[in-house]
Write a protein that binds this ligand. Structure first.
Ligand code: ACO
Length: 431
């Protein structure tokens, strides 16, 4: 925990309270209100946690005004450009970039856990064929707690480590199987001679009748999508994982909670919603109509893939994603893809519009990711599962940090109660 260097004074009904202030290594100072209720008998009010730090963390830092994202201090563009997903996983989990021997050992541990317990296949078969893969993933990941009993004791650091590796290793297998199930194809088992991204692509696109040759450019683009989504500090799904695990729940149950939260269109579901929006717009001449709708207070429509709770400048991940979209579409010979044209012109039109400038609304990571994933052959329903598998390492890293913290206590927000005060029950015949 940081040392308090200065303090703030709060005056309530003429009585003064001194609140310690912590100086972070980067970012705004944090006022410590932990003893406020005990001392002053008041709560603070902050729905949506817009001004509240829920924990201290050393994993990820975002400067939303600068458009900066750091993992353990390393900028995301450097990681996306020079590193690869499993190395970033190691960095997030253990705090430092690995040596070659450490990386080899880590990759070996992950690779050796990619298979699922065979009995788990029955879980997939219990779902309707038209189930959304996120529904299947939420259920199957939750069910892991019924299969891997030897890694559910969160008080044991070794079991926490095993659960972490299992989740990172098995999530691509689960996501690919959820996809295969919904399209009625047989499951494709993982292959340990392939890298993490290539293995995932093959599990999604190979069939017993014909293997899938993994194109290195597509596998690199897939790996970059994983890397760009790996962690994002205390976002809604990560906070869900932390809150769920604060009760002592097992890691598989907590990650299933994170997946459920990620599914929403304001969070991980935005990439699916964004591509659906681009398809609905269809042609560049319809852009003004949709920009007008996004600005209309009486229309619930929002430009999906635009805006972010923290970034009030360009999302640094969106820049890398845009570049990746160009590379992938070029490789696949679809550089004149009409949806890419709509995306580029929509972005330009929104950035030139005072409404979006004033509200500091910029493209986020999801604006271009859907275009890449569609070009690779994924249906829109797979976009959020791919986000979930990428974010698993972030959830796990934050979970491990929290469990290892001696200050960890159950999360229990308070409320501003505006309901009835105590009143007597009225019998049904007298109402
Ligand atoms: N299109 C049009 N207007 C928008 C948009 C948008 N995409 N996003 C925000 N606004 C407007 C709001 O209407 C609001 O206007 P007002 O002040 O006149 O009422 C103002 O900008 C602030 O918006 P809030 O919703 O209060 O901002 P908040 O920080 O709570 O929301 C969010 C952030 C949910 C991401 C929002 O920008 C949004 O809905 N974007 C579209 C969905 C999306 O792309 N989500 C992905 C997020 S990134 C991720 O999860 C990986």
């Amino acid at each position: 925990m940081a040392e308090s260097t200065k303090s703030a004074k709060l005056s309530i009904d003429g009585k003064e309270y001194e609140l310690p202030i912590f100086a972070p290594t980067a970012g705004p100072d944090v006022v410590d209100i932990r003893k406020l209720y005990a001392q002053a008998g008041v709560f603070t009010y902050d729905p949506g946690f817009t001004s509240t730090a829920s924990c201290d963390s050393t994993i990820t830092y975002i400067d939303g005004d600068k458009g900066e994202l750091l993992h353990r201090g390393y900028p995301i563009d450097q990681l996306a450009g020079n590193s690869h997903y499993l190395e970033v996983c190691y960095l997030l989990l253990y705090g430092e970039l690995p040596t070659p021997a450490e990386l080899e050992d880590f990759e070996c541990r992950v690779t050796n856990h990619t298979m699922l317990h065979e009995q788990m296949m029955n879980f997939f078969r219990g779902f309707r064929r038209d189930a959304h893969p996120m529904a299947v993933m939420t259920g199957v990941v939750g069910a892991m707690s019924a299969f891997y009993h030897d890694s559910t004791d969160i008080a044991d650091p070794w079991q926490r480590e095993v659960a972490s590796i299992r989740l990172i290793a098995k999530m691509p297998t689960i996501a690919a199987m959820a996809y295969k199930y919904t399209i009625g194809q047989p499951f494709v088992y993982p292959r340990n001679d392939l890298d993490y991204a290539s293995n995932f692509l093959r599990m999604c696109f190979a069939v017993p009748a014909e293997d899938y040759e993994v194109n290195p450019i597509l596998s690199r683009a897939m790996d970059r999508i994983f890397t760009l989504h790996a962690d994002h500090e205390q976002n809604a799904s990560t906070s869900t994982v932390r809150l769920a695990s604060s009760s002592g729940a097992n890691p598989f149950a907590c990650i299933a909670a994170g997946i459920a939260c990620l599914w929403g269109p304001a969070h991980g579901g935005a990439n699916q919603a964004c591509l659906e929006m681009l398809n609905e717009i269809g042609t560049v001449d319809r852009i003004p109509e949709f920009i007008a709708r996004a600005k209309d207070k009486n229309d619930p429509f929002r430009l999906m893939g635009f805006g972010h709770r923290v970034y009030k400048n360009f999302d640094p991940r969106a820049k890398v994603m845009k570049q990746s979209a160009d590379e992938v579409l070029d490789l696949l010979g679809v550089e004149n893809n009409p949806i890419l044209q709509v995306a580029k012109e929509l972005e330009a039109a929104a950035l030139a519009d005072p409404y979006f400038a004033e509200k500091k609304l910029f493209p986020n990571v999801d604006f271009y990711s859907g275009i890449i994933l569609e070009a690779m052959g994924f249906p829109t329903s797979m976009f959020t599962p791919i986000f979930a598998l990428s974010r698993t390492v972030g959830w796990i890293s934050q979970w491990k940090e929290m469990i290892a913290d001696p200050q960890n206590k159950i999360g229990r927000p308070r409320q501003l109660y505006l309901g009835s005060t105590a009143r007597n029950y009225v019998d049904i015949e007298n109402r």
